[in-house]
Ligand binder design. Structure first.
Ligand code: 5GP
Length: 213
């Protein structure tokens, strides 16, 4: 695994979090952002309608299908996918800028998007959040109450298929209690920082007697 470097600083870590709807990845990602204020967060573009309370530029950049297609055509998205009949995508420039500045960046995206990112950023850290059981998953989605019954049924039907992709990820975290699951993600992010491929530049400096930070 080769890491890109900017000056003497290593690139930030790209943390990609996915999981079926109702697994609780949204909750875990907001807890991560609270616990790690320096963690960069990429705001996605989407063609879906804003839900009550959602703010353009904060939760998503809400776009038309034509706008998203233009972005795809111009290569402005790092990845994109059609999820439940809507387009979702990650704007490229912001993520690349933060990573080059050495900042870690969190992406909360679906499996299709994560697999695309894996090809472009194999050094990313890919985390799959799973529910303790399918019964629990179903209960959580119904309890959330943000979606119509037909949408919920669609999401539940996709869940089993989505779970079968867990093996494509580096880490699988069972979300029984959100706080505990969040702590586990923080722990693995910390460990990833010391991966030899990310820190070899330090050894390189030692070998070459270069004490510059
Ligand atoms: P929701 O509509 O519930 O906010 O999100 C639906 C799904 O789209 C979730 O699985 C979420 O992780 C995924 N998603 C959100 N943003 C992106 C993105 O930029 N790219 C991809 N591929 N999926 C996304």
């Amino acid at each position: 695994m080769i890491m890109r470097k900017t000056n003497s600083k290593p690139q930030g870590i790209l943390l990609v979090v996915s999981g079926p709807s109702g697994a609780g990845k949204g909750t875990i990602c907001s807890m991560l952002r609270k616990q790690l204020p320096d963690l960069g967060y990429s705001i996605s573009v989407t063609t879906r309608q804003p839900r009550p309370g959602e703010v353009d530029g904060k939760d998503y950049f809400f776009k038309t299908v034509d706008q998203v297609k233009d972005m795809i055509f111009r290569g402005e998205l790092l990845e994109y996918a059609k999820v439940y009949d809507n387009y979702y995508g990650t704007p490229r420039p912001y993520v690349e800028k933060l990573l080059d500045e050495g900042k870690d960046v969190l992406l909360e995206i679906d499996i299709q998007g994560a697999l695309q990112i894996k090809k472009v950023f194999p050094s990313g850290v890919f985390v799959f959040i799973v529910p303790p059981s399918l019964e629990e998953l179903s209960a959580r989605i119904y309890k959330r109450g943000t979606d119509a019954v037909d949408v919920i049924e669609k999401r539940l039907a996709s869940a089993t298929k989505e779970l079968s992709y867990a093996n494509e990820y580096d880490y699988i975290i069972v979300n029984d209690v959100a706080e505990k699951a969040t702590r586990k993600v923080m722990t693995l992010l910390e460990a990833e920082r010391y991966r030899a491929a990310r820190t070899y530049f330090i050894v390189d400096k030692i070998i070459h007697h270069n004490t510059e930070a």
